[in-house]
Ligand binder design. Sequence first.
Ligand code: M6R
Length: 608
Amino acid sequence: MCGIVGYIGDKDVASVLLAGLWKLEYRGYDSCGIAVLNGGEIDLRKTTGRLMQLQELVDKTPISGNVGIGHTRWATHGEPTSINAHPHLDCKSKIAVVHNGIIENAYVLREKLIKSMHIFKSNTDTEVIPHLIEENFQGNLLDAVIKSMKELEGSFAIAVISVDDPGKIIAARKGSPLIIGIGENENFIASDIPALAGHTKKIIILEEGQVSLITQNDVKVYNLDGKEIKKEPEKIDIAMEILDKKGYPHFMLKEIMEQPDVIRDNIKDKWTNNSINLGEKFKMSSSELASITRIIIQACGTSWHAGYVAKYLLEDIARIHTEIDISSEFRYRNPVVSGETLVVAVSQSGETADTLAGVREAKAKFLKILSFVNVRNSTIARESDNAIYINAGPEIGVASTKAYTAEIFSLYLFSLYLARIKWTLGDNIVEKRINKLKELPDKMEKVLEKKGEIEKISEKYLSAKNFLFLGRGINYPSALEGALKLKEISYIHATGYPAGEMKHGPIALIDENTPVFAVVTNSSVYDKMMSNLEEVKARKGRIIAIATEGDERIKEIAEDVIYIPDVDEEISPILTALPMQLFAYYVAAKKGYDVDKPRNLAKSVTVE
Ligand code: M6R
């Protein structure tokens, strides 16, 4: 999704801005631009397409100055053209603005501003911001931004510079994240922490409704009444190596291969002194947990699939009624709840707008909230009463892989933790299950060793136009996730289904041109799955099966079989995810697609 950077200091501003934007490149974008204060004017470069094109523009006509802002845009209002790219300017080209989010009352404001003789150049919602600031400007940029913010509806993070009030950047947040990086004799702003890598480890995270005045040697934060708020900088650990592919052709493949270590490290962190330790942000007392009678999990995309797996786990292991909801539905459906309902949010980025809105909706209903989040200090983590960090490490590929398995892992541990409190499992059984978990990373490695085999299988299916993914029970969400992985990076249409539902419609799709990817591992529903696959085979469907080592029967039905080690059904989704991730990866890579940055997608979806 859109990325913001800003710099004020003695270094070459264009280089710093471009370097920051490169670090946000993984988030997905379709146009980009920078604006620099150059004496009495704003020097602007913007373009459609990739940062390389922006770099070429800057190389051709260099920019100098010591204050600037930059942006990568993921189009919402208006096509990805260079006119619609940010930064946007006011009528006199004296104010430049970059913006993440959506201005919901842009149409009304635009009409009003046009009546006041403002001239608009783009089709974006963003362009109302510089014009509004121009309208409100009376010599002090901070005051004009604060005044304008009160008129803007929607969610946004903005950075603003002005020729008439130079030597400063004004940054403001309402709904979308914004971070200030504190340097020595220089300061930075960024929408995401990776953009600050290599510059500083001291940051200030702007909270809702806060505005910051950033000069070369000072950072001040204000509320919307213009009252200063004292904020101590926090120290964070951003390592440069997170942006290194470590010899892999893509981040996605690197992140798939990292999964055994992610689970290994998580076991070390979360199983200490023979008990489950859910981390420093998890503070729910046993009596609080014991009183929970219902859980609603809300999340989006891959995190929703991890939450779906957890529905099976929580109901089966902890015997708690659990619902799973897509956040964009949950936030508007006004569910029937009571004080004993726990709302669980699952989010890799911790910034997904719909999931965050779900958290706020739950708060408004006075419900307890627990989030499972990867990015520390992200908005969802901060706004939730309790959070469990899934500790997957930075995930750069837009297609989520290691965060998915780490989410399932942490949700599984939480189910065991709750089971102990609810007395549905005894200590010795929990310990036995943890011992089984400890074997999981080695088993994951065994599956990943099959990547060459999976690559070969993928080559047979490159021309397929449609895929069906089937699973049952706890591996039904695995089928949903397998289908999502394939469609989002290879652009092949894929649908996940519970195999038992086939005969109620989707079976009509089966023919020799619609491959079926099936999870048919050792489980309580193995025989049922086999019967469903017989139905596919009878209609000439081509089957790729994930099966358990030693299963000879599956070979008679499936054209391709990927064997995985035997594993307890309840943790099997962590293992069955891997062949599907690799399959999707190889199909997309062989089709020549930009695997890490699939079209139209963004790493964290900070708009509704
Ligand atoms: O950061 P989140 O986990 O909240 O993101 C949710 C979805 O946007 C995300 O999982 C998305 O579906 C990915 N592209 C899946 O690979």
